[in-house]
Design a protein around this ligand. Structure first.
Ligand code: PHE
Length: 452
């Protein structure tokens, strides 16, 4: 069966970057960096990227391209009968949890783009910003409708396949995203008082660098680079034979971090220039941004650019998430691609409604919580804080103890055509000792066994 493949190194880069760049850059990263001590948090985040993120990413690239299979098939092919398949199945399950809430937030973003285009934010005030966001979340039909649209768009692209769907869309839209974010940056940084925002993002404050901050940095590194759930395994199974895996991993991690910083530089100078408090998460994206952008010249145009680039980010990340169960169902269950995509679109939309309804505190599900968390928060917490790091841990253990070193060396050097003599010994030590040690400490902390 022809499973499809990316056509060039550039296509590999943009598709993989499209997975990494998402709501995480524009929503989670800037806010968390500001909250946990700016430059100090950034340093820890970069260390997490280097010692945990990159090794896990490279391991996933190996598993995917060597086996030419998705999250479950890769383990079954490379080490049949070892139970490794369980890691892949856990990945498929985690990808669903992420998609349930991710598709909900992506729906809000699409709706805000349409609202910006139709000029709905022209006369916005603090009160009406709150009311507008309220009316998005509290539908119940509006957010469910937009969640459906997200799934329809993503499914349509995926049905077109790897080359004509994922590759074409990411290759066209990722450069657009870069241009739009730079336009927003230029405008934001030229506002009076912009430097306060820059300071908020970069000022090194070690007193805010608590155990919780370190944990958050690690979780963010996983979420940002789409790791631990088989997304990168699945994408790497479509990589070209001669792709330099280490080069791709480094370029994607670097560019993704750059997009996060550029997003922070578009958001905080603007927020500070208008004398507002940098509020948390959804509030920042959906209330503060429309409010401050609409108050400056060419504000609506910028607002359209901002929500367009956020829509691109959310959509290309969703493509890679849905591809995980799609690859699983086509390879392991023998479904056709179209049937697998449609079936998954329906499952994600159907169960994702729970996340959407639970984000609306006034709906029937709004008050439904288990141990203080509603569906939305549970999906987010379980996937980012538990399943992704756990998946990452199992992957590096699998790489260190099950897979043959020679096979890893062959794959990463493209059968000897790249010289990685200086890098490989370091890589083997990191995945065997450093990455697992860091993950175990942080994981035990997350479940409350030790207290950092
Ligand atoms: N990396 C994406 C983001 O930052 C989220 C994501 C996680 C995508 C896992 C795919 C897999 O928004």
């Amino acid at each position: 069966m022809d499973r499809g493949m990316f056509s060039s190194g550039l296509a590999v880069f943009f598709a993989t970057l499209g997975s990494a760049v998402g709501l995480g850059n524009i929503w989670k990263f800037p806010y968390l960096t500001g909250q946990f001590g700016g430059g100090a948090f950034l340093m820890v985040y970069l260390l997490c990227i280097i010692f945990v993120g990159l090794p896990v990413m490279l391991s996933e690239f190996y598993l995917g391209r060597k086996s030419r299979k998705g999250a479950v098939g890769a383990f079954a092919t490379l080490a049949p009968g070892t139970g490794g398949k369980f890691i892949g199945k856990m990945g498929v399950a985690s990808s669903y949890l992420i998609m349930f809430f991710y598709s909900c937030v992506a729906g809000w973003v699409y709706y805000y783009l349409i609202k910006a285009i139709s000029g709905d934010f022209a006369e916005i005030t603090m009160e009406s910003a709150k009311a507008q966001f309220g009316s998005v979340v509290v539908g119940p039909l509006t957010p469910i409708f937009w969640q459906f649209i997200v799934m329809a768009v993503v499914s349509a692209i995926l049905i077109m396949g790897i080359k004509n769907g994922i590759e074409r869309v990411t290759k066209t839209l990722m450069p657009v995203l870069f241009i739009l974010i730079i336009i927003c940056d230029i405008r934001a940084l030229s506002l009076p008082g912009a430097m306060d925002g820059v300071r908020f993002l970069f000022e090194v404050d070690f007193s805010k660098l608590t155990g919780a901050a370190i944990l958050t940095a690690l979780g963010l590194a996983f979420f940002k680079l789409s790791l631990g759930i088989g997304t990168m395994i699945t994408y790497a199974s479509y990589f070209t034979k001669d792709n330099n895996l280490l080069g791709t991993a480094a370029k994607v991690a670097l560019s993704d971090t750059l997009v996060s910083l550029l997003a922070g530089l578009a958001i905080f100078p603007t927020v500070f220039s208008f004398g507002l408090e940098p509020g948390a998460g959804p509030g920042l994206l959906f209330m503060t941004i429309p409010l401050v952008f609409s108050q400056m010249p060419f504000g609506n145009l910028l607002l359209i650019s901002f929500f367009f680039l956020t829509s691109i980010a959310a959509t290309t990340a969703m493509l890679s998430l849905v591809e995980v169960p799609v690859a699983y169902m086509t390879e392991e269950k023998g479904m056709s691609r179209t049937v697998a995509v449609l079936l998954n679109g329906l499952i994600i939309f159907g169960i994702g409604i729970l996340a959407t309804l639970s984000a609306d505190k006034s709906s029937l599900l709004g008050g439904v919580t288990f141990m203080d968390r509603g569906f939305f928060d549970w999906f987010d917490y379980l996937s980012s804080n538990i399943l992704m790091p756990l998946g990452g841990l199992l992957i590096v253990i699998f790489m260190s103890y099950v897979v043959d070193k020679k096979s890893i060396k062959e794959e990463l050097t493209n059968n000897g055509s790249l010289n990685l003599n200086a890098f490989l010994p370091f890589f083997f030590i990191v995945i065997r000792y450093v990455t697992p040690a860091l993950l175990i400490i942080i994981f035990l902390n997350a479940v409350g066994v030790i207290k950092l």
